[in-house]
Design a protein around this ligand. Structure first.
Ligand SMILES: [Zn+2]
Ligand SMILES: [Zn+2]
Length: 341
């Protein structure tokens, strides 16, 4: 227990275990006794101030004290009252697949709005003053015109709380300090996945740059050509010119490090680029990239193309053609035997 809080309870004539209800009751009783409007003694004003300070100290301790008091050395308690609560800033970064694979640096800019220091975020002046209408009692005595006896009703100026709360001048009642801008550079390691949460501790920033820690949620932008699998393999489906495929020509394919040349193999539709995929684990070795091609031929051939194709076919399917492929050669020979009959 903070000795200051102990004194505050004593000022109200209460034990430190007193409930919130008992604190309120004691305050009302003391206000009705010591409010300068009612008590003209020289000490009344100072006493009233001490009472208000005590109530405010108790209230604030209730707001900020941890559920269980720290059991360590006495230094812990000092820390509790002087250090602002740790702040966690949540941010989201959107990365391309290439940026996520290689790692990158992101500059995050934003604004931090702290609670007003003057009023601790309450928006009204602390400590609250007794309501001038009811002198802090929370009730007013109304004289009913038909009755001899006055009737107690809740004070409508303070809604029965007994407190007058003028807006805090420092923040115009908003409870917030002026926004502060921040700008921090954050290193994103290679291999982060969609939905990953990166945590950056406060002490990793230069002093004063960011008063707190950072939680960064990663979102990966969909890639036009590449699809990432859980195992780090990257898949790509690509149309290629059918004639280039027949001719074993090289074509450019997209990879995580830009375009790369791939030598097409006639008859082969799937290709593996070893180690060209995504990091299997963060900062780890990369998986493979798989390229599945779809050879595309023109649906309508031009006359020139048709002539060239006829010449090509004549070299392999003429009346005397003998394919080098044993299965096709056997079939060609069988055809010829049939026609001779
Ligand atoms: Zn009132
Ligand atoms: Zn304020």
């Amino acid at each position: 227990m903070d000795p200051e809080i102990g004194e505050a309870f004593a000022e109200l004539g209460l034990s430190p275990e007193a409930s919130e209800r008992e604190v309120k009751a004691a305050w009302r009783r003391l206000v009705s006794q010591w409010h300068p409007d009612r008590n003209t003694s020289a000490a009344a004003h100072a006493r009233m101030q001490r009472i208000n300070r005590a109530v405010e100290a108790i209230r604030r301790a209730g707001f900020t004290a941890p559920a269980a008091p720290p059991t360590g050395a006495g230094g812990d308690e000092d820390k509790r009252t002087t250090e602002p609560p740790a702040r966690t800033i949540d941010r989201k970064v959107r990365l391309t697949l290439e940026e996520a694979a290689a790692g990158c640096t992101r500059v995050l800019r934003g604004r931090i709005v702290d609670a007003c220091a003057a009023c601790a975020g309450a928006g009204f002046r602390l400590p609250a003053e007794p309501c001038p209408r009811c002198q802090g009692a929370g009730t007013i005595r109304q004289r009913a015109w038909f009755a001899w006896v006055g009737v107690q009703t809740a004070c409508d100026a303070c809604l029965g709380s007994g407190q007058f709360r003028p807006p805090c001048a420092a923040c115009s009642g908003s409870g917030r300090a002026p926004a502060r801008r921040y700008q921090v550079g954050v290193r994103i390691p290679p291999g982060v996945r969609d939905g990953d949460l990166l945590h950056v501790a406060a002490d990793q920033f230069r002093a004063g740059v960011l008063p707190g820690e950072l939680n960064i949620r990663v979102a990966l932008r969909p890639h036009e050509w590449l699809r990432l699998d859980r195992d780090g393999s990257v898949h790509c489906e690509l149309p290629v010119d059918g004639f280039a495929w027949i001719a074993n020509r090289p074509v450019d394919v997209p990879t995580l490090v830009g375009l790369q040349s791939l030598a097409l193999q006639r008859g082969q539709l799937e290709y593996r680029l070893e180690g060209q995929g995504f990091p299997v684990e963060r900062r780890g070795p990369r998986g493979d990239q798989w390229v599945t091609i779809t050879p595309v031929f023109p649906p309508q051939m031009s006359t020139d193309q048709q002539i060239l194709l006829d010449q090509l076919i004549a070299t392999t399917s003429g009346p005397d053609a003998e394919s080098t492929d044993p299965r096709l050669r056997a079939w060609q020979q069988a055809l010829r035997r049939q026609r001779r009959r």
